[in-house]
Design a protein around this ligand. Sequence first.
Ligand SMILES: [Zn+2]
Length: 165
Amino acid sequence: MITRIDQLLAANERYAAKFSKGSLLSPPTLGLAVLTCMDARIDPARALGLEEGDAHVIRNAGGRASEDAIRSLVISSLLLGTREFLVIHHTDCGMLTFTNDEIRDQIRQNLGADASHVDFLPVADLDASLHKDVEAIRSSPLLPPDISVRGFVYDVRSGRLREVV
Ligand SMILES: [Zn+2]
C-alpha cells in the first residue's frame, strides 16, 4: 500500500533529481523573515515569490508571535542577518474558531489532561491580533530595535495581502 508519505518521498526524488541549489549559504539572501500561520492554504513561497535561500519562514498555528516564534526571530536576525520581518495572519483562520477555555475543556474531556497552563493564542479579531504581535516583536528586548516589522492579513479567497500595521 502506498501511503501519503510514500507519495511525498517520490516527489522528493523528482525534486532532488533536478536540484541545483546545493551551494546556497545559510543566511537568507533577501534578509527577510516571514512569520505566518501553518494553514495549508497558504504557500508563502508561491504567494510571495520566494525561492530557496531567500527568506526564513516561521510557521505556527495563527502565525502568532509566541515565545518560540520570537526565539526563531532572534536567531534569524542576530545570527543570520535578517533585517525585515513580515507577520502574516489570514482570513478564515482556525484560530478564530475557539477560545482557550473551549480547547482546554476538549483536552480534558478527550484525554483527561490539564492544559490550564497553556495559552493556545486563539484570535478574536484579526487586525487586533496582528497589531498585538507586531508590537510584541517590535518591543522585544531580545531583538535589534532597527528591524522593520510589517503586519498583513492574507485573504485565502483572493490570495492577496492587505497591510494592517
Ligand atoms: Zn490560520
